[in-house]
Design a protein around this ligand. Structure first.
Ligand SMILES: [Fe+2]
Length: 491
C-alpha cells in the first residue's frame, strides 16, 4: 500500500480525534477496506470507552476479530449431562501474616512511589507519551502536553476545580474551569491519591486541564470458554453471631445447595465466601448489644456447623472481611490457625487473604471484601448508601477505571504501606467480586463482570441511620462457561 493510503487512514483517525499507533496502522492495512474497518472500530470505542484517545494494535486486533468473526453461541445445556470436572483453583496473589511495617515516612514514600510507577505503566500501555511536569511548567504560552500525575489534593471552588499534582520531577497546581463542561465531568471523578494522565495547556502563567485520562481497563479481549457449564456461587457477609443473622434464610441456601437434582447445583463447583463470615467481637463500640453469641470461638464453631452442610464435592474458598479477627489494615491475611482449625474440623476450606487473585480454569478472579467502598460512597458525586441498589455497579466500575481497590488513602480504610502497592489492579480480571455494603448487584464493564454479593444479616441500626436497605439472603451464581449470571434470592 502506498504512503498516500497510510496518510488517508491516519487522517481518518485524526479527524475523529484518535491517534493511531504504527502497529495499529499495520493491522488495519491488512483488512479489505481499512478506513471502513477503522470507522467501525471508532464507533465501538466511542461507546465502550469515551476517554480513549489512542488506538493501539491490541485494541484494533481484538475489535477486528470481534466484528469479523462472530462467536458461535453454545446451545443452552448442551453439556449439562457431562460430568462436572472442576479445575483446581490457583491462588495467584496471596498475602501472609508476616508483613512488618514500622511506620517510617520512607515506607509511605516507597508505597506511593510504587503506586505511581505501576499506574503510570498502565497509562503508558495505552500508547501515551508523557512529559515531566517540570518541563510542562516551563512550556511557552498556548503549548500543551500530557503529564502522568498523582493527585495530592482536590479543591472545589465557585469557578473551578483545583488540583495539587505531582510527578517525580515536580509538583504544581492545575485548574479545571467549571465552564469546561466535558473536562469538568471527568475531573469530578478524579480521586485524591490516584494517578491520571492530564493534558495541560499553559494559559498566561496558569496550567489549564484540557483532558483527563484514567488508567482504566481495555475491553476484555479473552474469548469465552467453550467448555461445559460450571458455576461459581458468590456469597458474603453472613455475620454469624449477630442477633440480625438470618439463620432461616441461610438454611434455605443450604437446602438449595444440597438439592442434587437441581441443574445449577449439580454444576456448581465452587462457593466463594467473600468476608464477614462471623460478626466478630469488639468490631465497633457497643457491638455486644447486637450480638447473639459473644464468644468468637463459639461464632466460628457455629459457622463450621453451617459450612459443613455445603457438599464436600464443592470447593469452599474463604477470605476475611472487617469483622474477622485478623489485622484490619489491607491486605489482610487469612484468619489465624486457631479459627482455621475450628472451621476445618468439619470440612475442607481453602483459606485466602483479602484481597486475593485466583484463577479458575482460564478465568482470573479478583476477590476483595470491599472495605474501601465506604470511602468511595462518601467521595464520589451522586452516590449515597440509600441509592446503593442503583449505584453499586457504577462504584465498582470506578475501581476498575482508577485501577485500584482502595484508592483514597487516610479515610475509613486502613492500608499497610508495603513497598510495592498490592492494591493496584495490575491485570484485567474476568470477575471482580466484593461484599461489605450488603447490597447485591451485578454489572458488566468492558467485559469484566462486577459483583457485589449481598448479605445474610437483617438491617442493622447503623444501616438504618444511613438509609441503607440491605439485600438479605442473596447469592450470585456465575456460569464460567458463558459468564452468564443470576442473583438468587432465598426466602
Ligand atoms: Fe458485612
Amino acid at each position: 500500500m502506498s504512503s498516500n493510503n497510510d496518510r488517508k487512514i491516519i487522517l481518518a483517525a485524526l479527524k475523529n480525534g484518535y491517534h493511531l499507533t504504527e502497529d495499529a496502522l499495520e493491522i488495519l492495512k491488512r483488512s479489505e477496506d481499512p478506513v471502513r474497518t477503522l470507522n467501525m472500530v471508532i464507533e465501538h470505542v466511542k461507546k465502550a470507552d469515551p476517554s480513549c484517545i489512542v488506538l493501539n494494535a491490541k485494541l484494533i486486533e481484538a475489535l477486528v476479530q470481534q466484528t469479523t468473526k462472530p462467536q458461535e453461541s453454545k446451545p443452552v445445556h448442551e453439556h449439562e449431562e457431562e460430568p462436572l470436572i472442576c479445575p483446581e483453583i490457583q491462588i495467584i496473589r496471596y498475602y501472609p501474616e508476616d508483613a512488618i511495617i514500622e511506620g517510617h515516612l520512607e515506607e509511605f514514600y516507597r508505597h506511593f512511589h510504587s503506586r505511581y510507577i505501576k499506574l503510570r505503566k498502565i497509562l503508558e500501555e495505552r500508547g501515551i507519551k508523557f512529559v515531566p511536569l517540570s518541563e510542562i511548567m516551563r512550556m511557552r504560552k498556548d503549548q500543551d502536553a500530557i503529564a502522568a500525575v498523582m493527585v495530592l489534593d482536590k479543591k472545589d471552588t465557585e469557578k473551578a476545580l483545583i488540583f495539587e499534582c505531582e510527578d517525580p520531577s515536580a509538583n504544581t497546581t492545575v485548574f479545571v474551569p467549571k465552564k469546561a463542561s466535558d473536562v469538568f465531568t471527568k475531573a469530578e471523578m478524579v480521586l485524591v491519591d490516584c494517578v491520571v494522565g492530564m493534558k495541560l495547556r499553559k494559559v498566561d502563567d496558569t496550567l489549564l486541564v484540557q483532558d483527563i485520562i484514567q488508567p482504566d481497563v481495555p475491553i476484555n479481549q479473552k474469548h469465552p470458554s467453550t467448555g461445559p457449564d460450571m458455576y461459581v456461587c458468590f456469597i458474603s457477609d453472613i455475620h454469624i453471631g449477630s442477633k440480625n443473622f438470618r439463620k432461616d434464610l441461610f438454611e434455605s441456601f443450604l437446602d438449595w445447595i444440597n438439592r442434587s437434582r437441581d441443574g445449577e447445583v449439580k454444576r456448581t463447583g465452587y462457593v466463594v465466601l467473600c468476608g464477614d463470615l462471623v460478626d466478630g467481637v469488639g468490631v465497633y463500640p457497643g457491638q455486644e448489644k447486637e450480638l447473639e453469641v459473644v464468644s468468637i470461638n463459639e461464632q466460628f464453631s457455629m459457622a463450621a456447623k453451617f459450612l459443613s452442610e455445603i457438599p464436600e464435592r464443592i470447593e469452599l474458598i474463604y477470605l476475611p472481611g472487617n469483622h474477622e479477627p485478623v489485622r484490619k489494615a489491607l491486605p489482610q491475611p487469612p484468619v489465624p490457625e486457631v479459627y482455621k482449625k475450628i472451621l476445618e474440623s468439619k470440612r475442607k476450606i481453602t483459606f485466602i487473604s483479602n484481597p486475593a487473585k485466583i484463577l479458575i480454569g482460564n478465568k482470573l478472579i479478583y476477590l476483595y471484601h470491599g472495605q474501601s467502598l465506604d470511602d468511595l460512597i462518601q467521595t464520589l458525586p451522586n452516590v449515597s448508601y440509600s441509592t446503593l441498589h442503583e449505584s453499586i455497579g457504577k462504584i465498582l466500575e470506578v475501581m476498575l477505571q482508577v485501577r485500584h481497590l482502595a484508592p483514597c488513602y487516610g479515610q475509613n480504610t486502613p492500608i499497610l504501606p508495603l513497598d510495592s502497592d498490592p492494591l493496584v489492579i495490575d491485570d484485567v480480571p474476568d470477575i471482580l467480586c466484593t461484599g461489605h455494603v450488603h447490597v447485591a448487584g451485578v454489572k458488566s464493564y468492558k467485559g469484566v463482570l462486577l459483583i457485589n454479593s449481598g448479605c445474610w444479616q437483617e438491617q442493622t441500626s447503623f444501616q438504618q441511620s444511613s438509609g441503607l436497605k440491605p439485600t438479605v439472603g442473596t447469592a450470585v451464581l456465575v456460569n464460567l462457561a458463558d459468564m452468564s449470571t443470576k442473583i438468587k434470592l432465598f426466602s
